[in-house]
Design a protein around this ligand. Structure first.
Ligand SMILES: Cc1cc2nc3c(=O)[nH]c(=O)nc-3n(C[C@H](O)[C@H](O)[C@H](O)COP(=O)(O)O)c2cc1C
Length: 298
């Protein structure tokens, strides 16, 4: 018998309205706690590797801030490339500098730089470089003005394309224009069968903020890696499309010729009319068949 789970619902909008109405935030920190709402924002934000955002002010002073809201994403042709999205509070120097220069370096740091991460997040006076205070080593970037940090696993050069306001924060969207990788880590990665890159670089993530003296608890992203089932899905590409997927399933014997033809027909009928009421029978047959073949033992 399958185990059945129950879910507890939280009205996140109402929780945050209450926090705002009752002034329950402290210098911008809005942390939902079990004591207050039986809820923690850690159920919204999964572990995301922390990184530094390096920017320059109008005088050329370097600023480095640790950030954990945001990540990289890729795009397809035309204009394919890698992009980066991250969110900073409006009062941050990082935000001021990005509005001014629209470029930055995003660097990923390994867990042995945890104290440096802690130091860099302190209210260090504007214009004083966290790279110097943290005893790290700067090096020139290629396509953007802010420097990279030699001790980091990678330094991603980003040009800001757009921004969007979010509750007194700014969401920045940038395009990746270059990337420096620490050579020792690059060479080691080439010898690892699943080539994890940053996933193997022992990065840190922001886990929670707890304690009488509130402190960040970091987690290490030195996690085990799991490989997806090679006996299910397109056998030549990572994802492919519905047709290449079904071709692969017939080739490996998961489905027979007749099922293959029926699946393609159902897919066409469903694409022509994706209305769940008017085309409910097609939707049901296609769903049932897919559910059955995905879990079929072969
Ligand atoms: C691990 C870590 C992650 C953080 N993530 C963010 C974030 O995603 N957005 C943000 O605005 N501040 C974040 N902060 C707080 C800022 O880094 C911190 O307030 C810093 O001093 C801001 O520097 P700035 O004013 O020079 O930009 C984070 C701090 C730490 C230590």
């Amino acid at each position: 018998m399958e185990k059945s789970f129950t879910q507890k619902y939280f009205d996140v909008t109402a929780i945050y309205q209450d926090i705002e109405a009752n002034d329950k935030f402290d210098m911008g920190d809005i942390l939902t706690k079990y004591e207050d709402y039986g809820f923690s924002h850690r159920w919204i934000q999964p572990p995301v590797a922390c990184y530094w955002v390096h920017t320059l002010d109008e005088h050329g002073n370097v600023n480095v801030a640790p950030i954990s809201m945001g990540t990289a994403m890729w795009g397809e042709p035309s204009d394919c490339g890698w992009y980066y999205c991250f969110d900073v509070h409006n009062r941050r120097q990082t935000r001021r500098n990005l509005m001014l220069n629209r470029e930055c370096v995003i660097s990923y740091y390994p867990s042995n730089l945890m104290q440096e991460s802690h130091i860099s997040g302190m209210p260090i006076p504007k214009g004083i470089s966290e790279i110097d205070v943290c005893r790290l080593t700067a090096f020139p970037s290629t396509k953007v003005a802010p420097p990279g940090i030699k001790e980091c696993a990678s330094n991603v050069e980003v040009k800001i394309l757009d921004m969007y306001p979010l509750s007194n924060n700014t969401l920045f969207i940038g395009k990746v224009v270059g990337c420096s990788v620490r050579e020792d880590l690059l060479e080691a990665d080439m010898k690892i069968p699943d080539e994890p890159g940053l996933a193997g670089a022992d990065l840190l993530y922001e886990c929670s903020i707890t304690g009488e003296t509130p402190r960040l608890n970091y987690g290490r992203l030195s996690m085990n890696r799991l490989r997806c089932d090679e006996s299910l899905g397109d056998d030549r590409r990572w994802i492919g499309n519905f047709m290449t997927w079904m071709d692969a399933e017939e080739r490996r014997g998961r489905i027979n010729e007749e099922e293959h033809a029926r699946l393609l027909t159902l897919n066409t009928l469903w694409c022509e009319n994706p209305d769940p009421l008017k085309n409910g029978a097609v939707k049901k047959e296609l769903t049932d068949l897919l559910r059955e073949i995905c879990w079929r033992k072969i």
